[in-house]
Write a protein that binds this ligand. Structure first.
Ligand SMILES: [Zn+2]
Length: 159
C-alpha cells in the first residue's frame, strides 16, 4: 500500500534563519507520494508515521540532507576569464567543467574588483535543516498515482 501525504512546513537552518515557508511560497500544501523520491528521504522518514492534523518539529543533519560544503566546488576566477561583455552579477550561473558527464553549474557569489568568486555547491549544503511540519492530508495512493510515480491534487490531473 502506497501513501499520499500532504503537509505544510517551515524550514530553518541551524542559525534560526527561515529558508522556506510553504504557506507563503505555495498556494497548496506540498503533496508527495511516499517512496517516489520527490522529497528528502530523511524528511519522508519523519513524516511517514504522522497522522492527519499532527504537527511535529525535527532536525535533519546536513549529511542526511544536502551534504557538506565541497571546497573544490568553490572558485576564484579572474574577471578576464569571462567572455568580454559578460554582465557579471551575484547569482549569475555559468558552466565550469563536467562531473560524470553532467555539466557543473556555478553561481557567482561575490565580486571583488577583478576577482570573481563562484560556488557550485547546493545552496543548502552544509546546513542542518530544522522543520516544523503540519500534516494536512494522508490517504492511500490511487492506482493512477502509483503508475505515474507522483501525487495528484485532483483526480486524473498531473498538475
Ligand atoms: Zn500524473
Amino acid at each position: 500500500m502506497r501513501q499520499i501525504i500532504g503537509f505544510h512546513f517551515v524550514l530553518k537552518d541551524q542559525f534560526g534563519k527561515t529558508l522556506g515557508d510553504s504557506r507563503d511560497m505555495q498556494e497548496h500544501p506540498t503533496l508527495t507520494l511516499l517512496g517516489s523520491g520527490s522529497i528528502l528521504s530523511a524528511l519522508e522518514r519523519h513524516i511517514s508515521d504522522m497522522s492527519e492534523g499532527e504537527r511535529k518539529s525535527f532536525t535533519i543533519p546536513a549529511d542526511q540532507a544536502y551534504g557538506s560544503v565541497d571546497p573544490s566546488l568553490k572558485l576564484k576566477i579572474p574577471r578576464s576569464k569571462f567572455p568580454k561583455g559578460t554582465d557579471l552579477k551575484i547569482g549569475l550561473p555559468f558552466q565550469g567543467g563536467e562531473k560524470d558527464g553532467w555539466p557543473i553549474i556555478f553561481r557567482v557569489t561575490e565580486i571583488s574588483g577583478d576577482d570573481i568568486y563562484a560556488d557550485a555547491n547546493h545552496e543548502l549544503a552544509g546546513l542542518t535543516l530544522h522543520y516544523d511540519v503540519e500534516i494536512t492530508e494522508k490517504r492511500e495512493a490511487t492506482a493512477e498515482e502509483i503508475s505515474h510515480g507522483h501525487a495528484h491534487r485532483r483526480k486524473g490531473s498531473c498538475s
